[in-house]
Design a protein around this ligand. Structure first.
Ligand SMILES: [Zn+2]
Length: 86
């Protein structure tokens, strides 16, 4: 049985495997669209804070932390970093 940390880290790894931050396309201030692995399904992620995001994929609708949400969190962190990195 995977620990919560292992589950979360697994979703973050999956986000990187699927393109990392670039997999999440910003749509407004806190909304991101992530294309599913099949290349067709598009899921909408709402980033509520640095640690909280919701997704409308089947896993997300069951309140599970999915790789789409992980991608959106990575994108938000990357975009925020670009404001200060020179
Ligand atoms: Zn999802």
């Amino acid at each position: 049985m995977a620990t919560v940390r292992e589950q979360v880290e697994g979703r973050i790894r999956a986000a990187w495997v699927n393109g990392g931050p670039s997999a999440a396309i910003p749509r407004g201030s806190s909304r991101y669209v992530v294309t599913g692995r099949d290349g067709h399904a598009r899921y909408t992620v709402h980033v509520l804070s640095i640690e909280r995001a919701t997704c409308d994929c089947p896993a997300g609708l069951h309140d599970r932390f999915c790789w789409h949400a992980a991608s959106a969190l990575l994108r938000r962190a990357a975009d925020a970093a670009m404001v200060t990195v020179r």
